[in-house]
Write a protein that binds this ligand. Structure first.
Ligand SMILES: *[C@@H]1O[C@H](CO)[C@@H](O)[C@H](O)[C@H]1NC(C)=O
Ligand SMILES: *[C@@H]1O[C@H](CO)[C@@H](O)[C@H](O)[C@H]1NC(C)=O
Ligand SMILES: *[C@@H]1O[C@H](CO)[C@@H](O)[C@H](O)[C@H]1NC(C)=O
Length: 446
């Protein structure tokens, strides 16, 4: 009987270790990039209470496992294998200098490209992370040196080109500029800069099915919202390198920065979420067939607090909102019990639904060829992993039992230490606000 109890306790301990989940800090102005069924989160300004997280690799770069069902009260955040060893923290611009911009890229669309800002002079401007091989590389792009900031939204088109619209003064190849669109080809590995009729930070950008990009909202170089930022929107046609602007009508959202925009599943609607200022309404939709704004029908328990400087990605039938801040008191949504992840079911355009549970079943409608591995492979991996874990548990349990029996340490058995306590001894780094930083930055740039 005693043996059985011991065996059971050992199993529980081991299960706890294997099943250990990350509990990432609150953050804003970070990057969220979907690769297959993993939503990778990188960097950002973090909660001051968790300043150590800035330097802890597993809280800098991790992912949300969107291959399984989950409830937003218990999020499947996962650590990246060997991340502590592999993450090149010293080669990625820190938030203290303006951060990085990140987006999908690579010949097989299975990498994330990271664009450093202009302050980091001694490191490579572009780095990549391959999600399949779990390998980091410095990328040597020819052409101009791109600038990525955490207030610039990077977006990748269907040809592996990343677009970075700037919102400040900068110098490229000895030439001073006040605006520009960096276009970086992650397959042919080169980068150019194009003129742009607008200069923005904290904007939204959406890739339309026809390949055009739509730039919406955001603020000026001091992060002050552009007053007609939602009324006048800008379209960029990459094939003809042509800009166009449209004057929108309808229920035009009030000026705002720190917003996100995603493309609706029907391909003709742009869904705007959150922001730093504006009104208390979290959701607006722009119909791209007539450029008319409206407030969509949304049922279910939506967020109480408006969020800004968050990220939004479309995964399956959901718009998935991650983290973000709400004003000065950043953890207001957390302390009121709201999740770091919000799920909006956008499968029915006449009525969106806020959900607390995620269903990973792929959408059958609107299916586009994706680069994720065939399901059979995944099943193989899952079966393999499961068998591996069972074998591991068995081996560990048996050896633990053997050990306990041999040395008869029934009474003095100590709990297995967890790595959580290590963090407390690290020095605390104070984090300036993003506004302070961007302001300072702009000052030095003038
Ligand atoms: C870029 O150049 C560096 C230094 O020469 C080299 O170590 C690295 O492997 C190159 N990266 C790629 C992807 O070729
Ligand atoms: C690249 O992968 C992302 C994430 O899986 C996907 O959203 C995007 O459509 C893919 N792009 C191409 C060109 O396949
Ligand atoms: C979409 O929502 C509308 C409004 O609630 C509803 O009448 C309609 O049946 C829904 N369509 C589907 C396919 O669920």
């Amino acid at each position: 009987m005693k043996k059985f109890t011991l065996f059971f306790i050992t199993l529980l301990y081991l299960f706890q270790i294997i099943n250990a989940q990350l509990n990432p800090s609150l953050r804003k102005l970070f990057s969220a990039v979907l690769v297959g069924e993993k939503l990778y989160i990188y960097g950002g300004f973090m909660d001051n209470e968790n300043a150590n997280a800035q330097k802890t690799p597993d809280y800098r770069f991790f992912y949300l496992d969107a291959s399984i069902s989950f409830d937003t009260s218990n999020l499947p955040w996962r650590a990246i294998p060997d991340n502590v060893k592999n993450l090149p923290l010293g080669s990625l611009s820190s938030v203290a200098t303006g951060g990085v911009a990140a987006s999908n890229g690579g010949a097989n669309n299975d990498s994330i490209f990271f664009f450093n800002n202009e302050v980091a002079k001694s490191v490579s401007p572009v780095l990549s992370y391959n999600s399949l091989d779990n390998v980091w590389n410095t990328q040597n792009l020819s052409g101009v040196k791109p600038i990525g900031r955490n207030q610039m939204r990077a977006i990748t088109d269907n040809k592996g080109k990343v677009y970075l619209l700037t919102g400040f003064d900068f110098t490229v190849q000895g030439v001073k500029r006040t605006d520009g669109l960096f276009v970086c080809d992650t397959i042919n590995l080169n980068c150019v800069i194009k003129d742009a009729p607008l200069s923005r930070l904290g904007y939204g950008v959406t890739l339309l099915p026809n390949g055009n990009l739509v730039y919406i909202g955001g603020g000026n170089r001091n992060y002050i919202p552009i007053s007609d930022g939602f009324k006048v929107i800008y379209l960029y046609d990459p094939i003809n390198d042509k800009w166009d602007s449209k004057v929108t009508t309808g229920n035009i959202p009030p000026a705002d920065v720190g917003i996100t925009t995603v493309l609706g599943l029907s391909g003709d609607k742009i869904i705007l979420f959150g922001g730093n200022n504006g009104d208390n309404n979290n959701l607006y939709v722009l119909d791209t067939t007539n450029y008319e704004w409206y407030v969509p029908q949304a049922r279910g328990k939506g967020p109480v607090f408006k969020r800004g400087e968050h990220c939004a990605n479309v995964i399956g039938k959901y718009m998935v909102v991650t983290f973000g801040s709400n004003g000065v008191l950043q953890s207001k949504y957390r302390s009121s019990g709201e999740s770091d992840v919000l799920l909006l079911d956008i499968s029915n355009d006449s009525e969106y639904i806020w959900k607390t549970s995620f269903d990973p079943t792929p959408l059958t409608i609107n299916s586009t060829p994706s680069n994720s591995k065939p399901k059979a492979n995944n099943i193989g991996v899952i079966v393999g992993l499961t068998i591996g874990i069972i074998v591991l548990i068995s081996i560990l349990s048996i050896s633990t039992l053997f050990f306990i029996r041999k040395y008869k340490i029934y009474k003095n058995s100590k709990p297995i230490p967890t790595p959580g306590n290590v963090l407390n001894n690290e020095e605390i780094m104070s984090i300036p606000s993003d506004y302070e930083l961007s302001h300072k930055k702009f000052e030095t740039l003038r």
